[in-house]
Ligand binder design. Structure first.
Ligand code: AMP
Length: 454
């Protein structure tokens, strides 16, 4: 399949060809015809699947055939949870709309409102916005919606996680009732479905990756390590493996700053992006990271949401996230659009619960690596996918031939005989039937100081 068979016209095909894309990604192949037909859409697609073009391309096609936009009006509105994502979506609109006479704009908080008001005055075909700033602009009469015919909610799950539900409902109440709605979300939780009910009408549902599964192209592993040695281990990994572009996740803003200072102290160029950083600092850090001027970007979950960094080779979870779904979002930063990537988690004993939740969610045990000079003093317990309580059931009365009332399949403690199986499988290559095993030394680079636990 190619893009011209999807019903897109020449100026858009030309812009796509300029990007070097020849084949639509699965979400594009499914979503573009639906949107061009004018239907509402609910799409389950993670970042990295090509979802931005999946809604941007048909929107541009539809708008290019319609009337000119009037003063302060907007014809298509794209709502995103973060400033970074808003900027990236707008960049895509500009890229794919290069050969069309359409106007786009992006508005988000944290920067002056006046230039945004000026820009909106002429009317905007595609407006990309974060909810809070859009409401401010609406309340100041800088934006009007009576010509609006298209609405996109991008990363709807994250919008709800970030508490935007009231803002979204308010915005929906200002929009014309007759409009086409597109809702994109990594997962379709009950909350999303409730929101969808009040937003989309008879939607076509498309899905490209089942919810809560990790991107197949990512090689995942974990290194057990004491909390106090994580910074040293990360430095060691970066230096020994010559990692040139690493995205590191920290659970807290302070942790991100502390780690950035530690890396800088070891002459590794690093910058942190999180909610306490100004928009300017965040944009600068991201730009420098993309240009390879910064080797390590340390980010909190919210700041990293939606970052589009092509073919990012390494993601490190310096801390495991509290919300297991964030693990899936985090590792989605690597192995994107056909490239392979590695995601390494540095896990201390305190994080066992988070680890167990993640492994349960992704339905696989993360292969463990051990770094020779960083063997943990506080051992990380072995995990298991089996969450059934291992408490012995009430023993039945002894039957002849069954010693001490032991039932078949149970050991002397009454535990199921195979309860330890995943643990044993988890230790050696090829042993874990839950997941194809990689050569673990290769998984995290060629550093000599790694060994598998015997
Ligand atoms: P997204 O999921 O929208 O964040 O897109 C992920 C990445 O895939 C972006 O860097 C896009 O430039 C790239 N991309 C989008 N569509 C295609 C395509 N059809 N072929 C190759 N790369 C694509």
């Amino acid at each position: 399949m190619n893009f011209s068979s999807l019903g897109l016209s020449d100026p858009i095909l030309k812009a796509i060809a300029k990007q070097g894309y020849d084949t639509p990604t699965p979400i594009q192949a499914q979503a573009i015809p639906v949107v061009l037909e004018g239907q509402d859409l609910m799409a389950a697609a993670q970042t990295g699947t090509g979802k931005t073009a999946a809604f941007t391309l048909p929107i541009l096609e539809i708008l290019s055939n319609g009337p000119q936009v009037s003063t302060n009006q907007v014809r298509a509105l794209v709502l995103t949870p973060t400033r970074e994502l808003a900027a990236q979506v707008n960049a895509s609109v500009e890229t794919y709309g290069e050969y069309l006479p359409l106007r786009s704009a992006v508005v988000f908080g944290g920067v002056k409102i006046n230039p945004q008001m000026m820009k909106l005055r002429r009317g905007t075909d595609v407006l990309v916005a974060t909810p809070g700033r859009l409401l401010d602009l609406y309340q100041q009469n800088a934006v009007k919606f009576s010509e609006l015919s298209l609405l996109v909610l991008d990363e709807a799950d994250r919008m709800l996680d970030m508490g935007f539900i009231h803002d979204i409902r308010k915005i929906l109440s200002f929009l014309p009732r007759k409009r086409q709605n597109l809702l994109f979300s990594a997962t379709f939780s009950n909350d999303i479905r409730t929101l969808a009910k009040s937003m989309v009408h008879n939607p076509v549902e498309v899905s490209v990756s089942p919810p809560n599964t990790t991107v197949n192209l990512v090689k995942q592993s974990l290194i057990p390590v004491d909390k106090s040695r994580k910074s040293a281990l990360l430095t060691h990994l970066i230096v020994e493996n010559n990692w040139s572009q690493v995205l590191v996740f920290s659970r807290t803003k302070h942790g991100a700053d502390r780690l950035t200072r530690h890396l800088a102290g070891h002459r590794i160029k690093a910058a942190a992006i999180h909610g306490n950083k100004s928009q300017g600092a965040r944009t600068k850090a991201l730009a420098e990271f993309k240009q390879n001027k910064i080797q390590v970007l340390v980010a909190t979950d919210i700041a990293a949401r939606g970052l589009d960094i092509d073919q990012l080779p390494h993601v490190v979870n310096f801390d495991l996230p509290n919300v297991p779904e964030d693990y899936v979002h985090r590792i989605g930063r690597t192995g994107r659009a056909g490239a392979t990537g590695e995601a390494v988690s540095l896990v201390c004993a305190d994080e066992f619960k988070q680890l167990a939740d993640i492994e349960f969610l992704i339905k696989q045990l993360l292969p463990r690596e051990y770094a020779d000079d960083f063997m943990p003093v506080h051992e990380l317990p072995e995990s298991s996918l089996d969450r059934r309580p291992s408490k012995p059931k009430k023993p039945k009365a002894p039957r002849p031939g069954h010693k001490d009332g032991q039932r078949s399949g149970e050991n002397a403690q009454g535990h199921r005989a195979n309860a330890a199986k995943p643990r044993a499988q988890n230790r050696g290559p090829g042993g874990n039937s839950n997941k194809p095993q990689h050569d673990r030394r290769k998984t995290i680079g060629n550093a000599r100081s790694f060994s598998r636990k015997a």
